[in-house]
Design a binder for this molecule. Sequence first.
Ligand code: 5GP
Ligand code: ZN
Length: 114
Amino acid sequence: MEDCLFCKIARQEIKARLVYEDEEVVAFDDINPQAPVHSLVIPRKHIPSMNQLSEGEERLLGKVLTAARKLAEAKGIHQKGYRLVVNTNAEAGQTVFHLHVHLLGGRAMHWPPG
Ligand code: 5GP
Ligand code: ZN
């Protein structure tokens, strides 16, 4: 997608320091962090949301989740705990329509979320 913000970040056309990178997945810190650790883990491939995840992309989603776990380890929050969130469409508060997993940690989380 030419004009997708997160595609541009993945291609490094928009400046964002990548905190994780491999062939299929990149991660960067959220511009408006909601916790001491708040990163976004995305597939390089443009998938707008969970609703467009196709059969055959399960492995890619597994890679995104595995990257999130590695990043939690790298950030030193894996033992205390962390939360992975995928907002989907309006009622969940999705604002960027390129599938992303929020990695949140470094403080106690509340449940249920707001
Ligand atoms: P959503 O609400 O779609 O689940 O999450 C989108 C997230 O992207 C938000 O937490 C927002 O702060 C973050 N975000 C939006 N624009 C940018 C940007 O240009 N750079 C970075 N690093 N994060 C962004
Ligand atoms: Zn995109």
